[in-house]
Design a binder for this molecule. Structure first.
Ligand SMILES: [Fe+2]
Length: 288
């Protein structure tokens, strides 16, 4: 099967493009290296789609799906996948990705990214769904590690082992969300550096960095739960983990995610510039 996996984003930082900034970005053509979009924001919005196509002529685009739901026991929603493919055929993105999660059940979209037990049954289910998505889209799919708040007693392997098995079985690649690793490690009590060291480096196609929020942990009074809100600047521990990821994986395109309490576009560009500085440093290390 032919999959368009040879193309890659430049190893510069990209920016998550959300609808409140779309008209400004189209008008001002900021010096962003690339943009990542959620196709679900554009499927029922013809005007926004036309603006996106205009941008796609000048910028590489990465498509990050939030409604494909590769973890749903009830199967992939073919009608949704068809709509996503129609947009992809027009935008011709460089990468296509989505979460290791489920978000639909019995035809209902739950507007959340829900966790999965890491066991053999789930591996078979998710691998089959990734095969289906990759075959239908004709491209490799990047699977993103989730943010975690609770574990499953039924899990018999770690998330790193589960993701590595998915890569081996389906030929998918990975989108490594560095902030998710940081906050999951805090919430679940594991070492985020060992997590990154265990991932299959050759499969990593993109990194994410997003802001998170500390909230009271109702199940554990006196301690905080880190919640993946994408509503703040990138915190220092996540930048440090990003630097470690770049040392481990080499320079990888890194995207700044900001989805709530959206600031002026220049604020997100400033975060991208910080990521670019780390990437440039890493490239210099690699050639030294
Ligand atoms: Fe992410």
């Amino acid at each position: 099967m032919t999959r368009n996996s040879d193309r890659s984003l430049s190893t510069k930082a990209g920016v998550g493009l959300r609808l409140p900034h779309l008209a400004e970005v189209v008008a001002t053509r900021p010096p962003a290296a690339w943009f990542e979009i959620h196709p679900e924001n554009f499927l029922a919005n013809p005007h926004a789609s036309e603006l996106l196509l205009d941008l796609a002529r000048d910028y590489p685009i990465s498509v990050h799906t939030v409604g494909v739901s590769i973890g749903s026991a009830g199967g992939i929603d073919r009608a949704h996948l068809k709509r996503v493919r129609a947009l992809i055929d027009r935008v011709d993105p460089v990468l296509i990705s989505g979460h290791l999660a489920w978000s639909t059940h019995a035809g209902e979209y739950l507007n959340d990214l829900l966790p999965l037990p890491y066991d053999e049954e789930t591996l078979r289910l998710v691998s089959r769904h990734i095969d289906e998505v990759q075959d239908y889209l004709g491209r490799a799919y990047l699977v993103e590690n989730p943010s975690s708040y609770v574990g499953f007693g039924a899990s018999i392997m770690t998330e790193v082992q589960f993701l590595s098995e998915l890569v081996d079985r389906s030929g998918c690649r990975l989108l490594c969300d560095v902030s998710n690793i940081h906050l999951s490690a805090h919430n679940m009590g594991f070492d985020p550096y060992r997590y990154i060291d265990g991932l299959p480096a050759a499969a990593i196609g993109e990194l994410h960095l997003g802001g998170f929020t500390a909230e009271d942990d109702e199940g554990n009074p006196g301690s905080a739960l880190l919640v993946d809100t994408h509503a703040a600047r990138i915190a220092e521990p996540a930048w440090k983990l990003h630097a470690h990821a770049l040392r481990r994986f080499g320079p990888k395109p890194t995207m700044i995610e900001w989805d709530n309490d959206i600031p002026p576009f220049a604020t997100i560009m400033a975060e991208a510039a910080t990521a670019d500085a780390a990437l440039t440093l890493d490239i210099h290390h690699a050639v030294a």
